[in-house]
Write a protein that binds this ligand. Structure first.
Ligand SMILES: [Zn+2]
Length: 445
């Protein structure tokens, strides 16, 4: 791959250790890494990408998603339900999916993420009907070109055992652990700069047993991979924990080995102050998913309190069955606004939100080499065109970004241009949409 010189960015937000913002700066990219940042860099052999009238940021990081849900957007029976009712409406539809649906749904979700500035995404796949496997989504991510953290999810307590999912969607726990080991051995890359890292992710405390939570934590530590699940999402979730486990979710997580800097939990809307302290003390991460929390009426996560306490916080779009969109820059705006609704206009600045969406997410996923623009960092870069009507008249383009362009102009992942001039370079957007529509219609019939 030729070196790449991103030249003359009007504004450059580095998110480096000093949080430097530069004007008229260049970035030299070589072999997937940022080699140099400065004004007037000289690189005669490099391909040049003009970034004048653009704002350049680190690529955004998505820390929670269920890519398989992209084929079940706006399902009528699930549009206006709370979490548990929403799940019960969708489980029978998801049970009809297979490998082809998983792959198509992931292509669609990842394409949408890329166009909204995302260079690295995690995914939480917790059902494997009709022969579906984790690699269906890994193949999609390899094609689209994003850095990918798939997690091997699971459900093991079906309706007949008092759980929420239908028996047809749950797996035996021994088989789950065997497949967890298989996908780690086959796909997890521990190396610096890895494009695929696998994690383990039993779905939630209300769909797997204590034993599986504990065994998954032991296996993850044995293999050196991260742990992920849903926690403290809404009031029903807290009530379930109190009724079935006799404790709050934070205690449940701590007792089973689910705290630590190798763990991140989605939502955490209902963490109390003791649980926020626990997460801060143990460096346990949080994937904040504001649109999904709004859509399901779950509440507003205490992000201000988490950040003040030192909890690592990243941003997640969550699945498209509970968000409708997989638009990461839109998610960042929603997150900023929601903290202001809860805590006042000075509760969350656009710059802090931008930090959570980039550097914060990279920290939550354990990727210190990503999330910032600095020499030696991975070249995961988003270039935003600020010359259009939606960004004109701005006195502070950095603060304006979250309300500005909805599509990235160029997206560079590990030095490779995945979006160019607002279009995916790695796949055909129209074909992705057509395939998704065809399969969604099949599921509906
Ligand atoms: Zn989720």
């Amino acid at each position: 791959m030729r070196d790449l010189l991103i030249r003359s960015a009007d504004w450059l937000v580095t998110m480096d250790d000093e949080r430097r913002e530069l004007c008229g700066a260049d970035i030299l990219v070589s072999r997937g890494l940022i080699r140099e940042i400065g004004v007037g860099l000289d690189a005669p052999e490099a391909e040049v990408l003009d970034a004048s009238r653009c704002l350049v940021t680190p690529g955004f990081v998505n820390t929670h998603h269920h890519l398989f849900q992209t084929l079940t957007r706006a399902v009528p029976a699930a549009q206006d339900a709370l979490l548990f009712g929403w799940l019960k409406a969708l489980y029978p539809i998801w049970a009809r999916m297979g490998p082809e649906h998983m792959r198509a749904s992931a292509r669609l979700g990842l394409a949408e993420l890329a166009l909204s500035g995302c260079t690295m995404s995690s995914d939480h796949l917790y059902l494997f009907p009709n022969g579906a496997r984790l690699e269906d989504t890994i193949e999609a991510a390899t094609e689209i070109g994003l850095r990918f953290h798939p997690t091997r999810g699971a459900m093991s307590i079906g309706e007949s055992d008092g759980g929420l999912p239908p028996d047809s969607l749950v797996e035996r726990e021994a088989a789950i652990l065997t497949d967890c080991e298989r996908v780690i051995d086959a796909f997890h890359d521990p190396a610096e700069g890895a494009m695929v890292r696998v994690g383990l992710a039993p779905c939630s405390p209300f769909s797997v047993s204590r034993e599986l939570m504990r065994d998954a934590a032991v296996l993850a530590r044995d293999k050196g991979v991260r742990l992920h699940t849903h926690l403290a999402e809404n009031d029903e979730d807290i009530a379930y924990s109190l009724a079935h486990f006799g404790c709050r979710p934070g205690q449940y997580a701590e007792d089973l080995g689910w705290t630590g800097d190798d763990v991140w939990h989605a939502h955490c809307v209902k963490l109390d102050s003791g649980e926020v302290d626990l997460f801060a003390r143990t460096r346990t991460g949080v994937a904040h998913c504001p649109c999904s929390n709004c859509r399901l009426g779950s509440g507003i996560a205490p992000v201000r309190a988490m950040r003040d306490a030192g909890v690592p916080v990243g941003l997640g779009v969550d699945g498209s069955a509970s968000n409708d969109a997989g638009d990461l820059i839109g998610e960042a705006r929603q997150a900023m606004l929601l903290q202001r609704v809860a805590r006042g206009a000075d509760a969350m600045s656009a710059r802090e939100m931008l930090e959570i969406a980039t550097r914060g997410g990279a920290q939550v996923l354990g990727r210190p080499e990503c999330g910032a623009l600095a020499p030696g960092s991975r070249a995961d870069i988003a270039i935003w065109n600020m010359s259009g009507v939606e960004a004109a008249g701005s006195w502070d383009p950095v603060a304006l970004l979250l309300a500005g362009p909805r599509r990235v102009r160029d997206l560079i992942v590990n030095g490779r241009r995945v979006v160019a001039e607002g279009r995916l370079t790695t796949a055909d957007e129209a074909e992705i949409a057509e395939e998704a529509n065809r399969l969604a219609r099949d599921l509906a019939e």
